[in-house]
Design a protein around this ligand. Structure first.
Ligand SMILES: [Ca+2]
Ligand SMILES: [Ca+2]
Ligand SMILES: [Ca+2]
Length: 158
């Protein structure tokens, strides 16, 4: 490989490497952080994501849902993860926060959401093959943050 080609190759690598911060996983136009360092209440999880310029994950499509479920299966931590879905403001009306988008795509586990113990926050449920379950918001779980892929590095390279 001559030097010029090597230079192009390195720049292409740096473009892709720079898209998500270290430790985040890129899929389509989003960066995801799977937080398994501490278990937090739903609200605290949301706050932790905001410190990263992100939000709890908002799942818009079957494709995104499949990616997350596969990634959690591959992680092999066998526990629930908070997602950004809540019906805390109006029982039974599920919305994504902070975007306040009403849920379109859903993937509830059979029999869920059941508001079993006044459950107003959603998890990807390990016991249900990472389909969704509503859980009590003050239970402590790992969580997933999501933010848009940054376009800044593209401008620098260009
Ligand atoms: Ca999303
Ligand atoms: Ca509820
Ligand atoms: Ca439930």
């Amino acid at each position: 490989m001559n030097f010029f080609l090597l230079l192009i190759f390195c720049e292409v690598v740096s473009i892709y490497a720079a898209q998500c911060p270290s430790g985040w996983v890129q899929e389509a136009s989003s960066c995801y952080l799977f937080v398994t360092s501490s278990r937090e209440h739903w609200t605290t999880s949301s706050f932790h994501c905001s410190l990263h310029g992100a939000s709890l994950v908002e799942i818009d499509s079957a494709k995104e849902n499949d990616f997350l479920r596969k990634h959690l299966t591959d992680l092999g931590v066998h526990t629930d993860f908070w997602i950004g879905l809540t019906d805390d403001s109006l029982e039974g009306q599920w919305e994504w926060l902070p975007s306040a988008e009403t849920s379109g795509f859903t993937d509830w586990a059979p029999g869920q959401p059941d508001n079993g113990h006044n459950e107003d926050c959603a998890v990807l449920s390990h016991h249900s093959d990472y389909h969704w379950n509503d859980d009590q918001c003050d239970n402590s779980h790992y969580f997933i943050c999501e933010k848009e892929v940054s376009g800044d590095s593209m401008i620098v390279i260009g």
